[in-house]
Design a protein around this ligand. Structure first.
Ligand code: C2G
Length: 129
């Protein structure tokens, strides 16, 4: 069984997230999504509209997603890959190169982002502060 892993906040879920998750799952048989805790989002200078528990539940309802784990630190990725026997790490190409250190442990794939949509754009279009 080929296991895939990806990371993110996945706030205000939109088609860019779904396109990423669909393509990530298509690379293997099992997709683990590591969703940023509210504390980790603070480290990313992000404030999610939905709290962690809700973002986790929403991701678990997506047919491409097999398992959802919490992301607490930047440093947990190597352990996550090892502990979950991951074969492929996937991120959107806004992260190209940033996670190449994982190539010692698994395949690293950066997928093209979906243009014209982002959580930040949704918030600004709706004037949510
Ligand atoms: N994404 C995408 N197209 C968009 C928006 C997002 O392909 N229009 C992808 C991102 O590239 C990322 C995933 O969807 O792979 C989740 O995006 P975010 O929730 O914004 O995640 P981010 O804040 O980039 O967190 O340790 C890594 C971080 O947790 C990544």
């Amino acid at each position: 069984m080929k296991k895939v892993i990806t990371y993110g906040t996945f706030d205000l879920l939109h088609v860019g997230h779904i396109n990423l998750l669909r393509r990530a799952k298509a690379l293997g048989d099992y997709l683990v999504v590591v969703v940023s805790s509210d504390e980790f989002n603070a480290l990313k200078n992000k404030t999610a509209y939905y709290p962690y528990e809700d973002r986790k539940k929403i991701l678990e309802a997506i047919k491409y997603v097999d398992e959802v784990l919490p992301e607490y630190t930047w440093e947990q990725k190597i352990d996550d890959v090892k502990n979950n026997n991951i074969d492929i790490f996937v991120m959107g190409d806004d992260w190209t190169g940033k996670f190449d250190f994982l190539k010692d442990y698994c395949e690293v794939v950066y997928l093209g982002r979906t243009e014209g949509i982002s959580t930040t754009k949704i918030k600004s279009d709706l004037q949510i502060k």
